[in-house]
Write a protein that binds this ligand. Structure first.
Ligand SMILES: NC(=O)c1ccc[n+]([C@@H]2O[C@H](COP(=O)([O-])OP(=O)(O)OC[C@H]3O[C@@H](n4cnc5c(N)ncnc54)[C@H](OP(=O)(O)O)[C@@H]3O)[C@@H](O)[C@H]2O)c1
Length: 299
């Protein structure tokens, strides 16, 4: 199989590369020669012509994993056009290309398609109602994809992603914890963190799964994050506890921490559908946080 992965420099793209290159345990090395990782330099999703040019000048792919996205949640409030192009229109164009190539598409979406007003875990069929531009453009991407590809696509919504790479909550807390004795962190937003390596592993499991390989599987949405629930404030406390950083964390409300983009209060998502369909193990968030932080410690 020729498997194309976009967003090679992002958290998820790098995590997939890490597993493909190193992790014999999940037995994907049989595929390793067939993975092609590309970044913005090869394929600029903000440009319709760049997308067309890339696929016209490369052999057909069997699977495309779209990890690239416009992810600057606050900046998106000011950059609707760009966010919409990358998260919606480019996804639509990709879906058309993938369909024409009779290939399969794995696309990543977000918990921010929900408004966060539910008091239970969201399932894949729950009503979407994004409350910021990023969520709106990601939802538009999901919908466009579903209209074009009735079959052969998998959409995975994930949440609160962190990794060893780039800017994320864990890295930010570790940096701030060194600079300050005390920090205010929002305590009234609840969710489940996702270690990018776990999601990368889940994606590779899906590719290996017979159900995915079969032709004409209906396009489906799945939810994936780590198991368990936590607030940002308690997440920060756990990061400092593991790293043995002496920084006091004080809970504050969302109202006390205004941001350009609104954040949903509860984005817990049920993982039942993805675990049942693809037999995927979902580690607890604490177990995965420890795994990530022990790698960070070694670096
Ligand atoms: N991070 C989270 O907490 C979170 C939560 C829910 C869902 N998600 C979704 O999960 C997926 C992966 O997220 P992530 O955290 O790995 O994102 P990330 O680290 O921000 O990486 C996104 C990647 O997309 C690339 N990109 C942005 N604009 C592009 C363009 N115009 N053309 C080509 N590439 C472009 C970036 O390229 P450069 O490196 O060149 O900038 C970057 O490598 C995304 O679909 C995101 O929406 C993330």
């Amino acid at each position: 199989m020729r498997i194309l992965v976009t967003g090679k420099n992002g958290q998820l793209g790098r995590s997939i590369q890490k597993l493909v290159n190193t992790d014999a345990k999940i037995d994907i090395n049989q595929y390793s020669n067939d993975f092609i990782f590309i970044g913005r330099g090869e394929l600029d999703l903000s440009s319709e012509s760049s997308i067309g040019h890339y696929f016209n000048n490369n052999d057909k792919f069997d699977v495309i994993i779209n990890c690239a996205a416009y992810t600057a949640v606050d900046r998106a409030e000011e950059e609707y056009e760009l966010a919409n192009q990358v998260n919606h229109l480019a996804v639509k164009q990709l879906a058309e290309i993938v369909k024409a190539q009779k290939a399969k598409l794995i696309h990543i979406s977000t918990d921010y398609v929900f408004d966060g007003e539910s008091n239970k875990s969201y399932t894949e069929t729950d009503k979407t109602n994004p409350i910021n531009i990023y969520g709106e453009t990601k939802l538009a991407g999901e919908k466009a994809l579903q209209v074009i590809m009735l079959t052969n696509a998998v959409i995975i919504r994930t949440s609160w992603m962190y990794s060893e790479y780039g800017n994320n909550f864990v890295n930010t807390m570790l940096r701030l914890g060194k600079e300050r004795d005390e920090l205010n962190v929002v305590s009234d937003q609840i969710g489940s963190p996702t270690y990018a390596t776990d999601l990368a592993g889940a994606i590779l499991e899906i590719i290996k799964n017979k159900g995915f390989k079969e032709i004409s599987q209906a396009t489906q949405i799945y939810h994936y994050s780590n198991k368990g629930e936590i607030s940002w404030c308690d997440f920060a406390k756990e990061i400092f506890k593991i790293a043995k950083v002496d920084c006091k964390v004080d809970p504050i409300t969302t109202q006390q921490y205004p941001t350009p983009a609104k954040r949903p209060k509860n984005t817990l998502m049920s993982k039942d559908k993805i675990t049942e369909k693809f037999n995927i193990y979902v580690p607890d968030w604490k177990e995965s946080l420890n795994a990530c932080m022990s790698i960070l410690k070694e670096q």
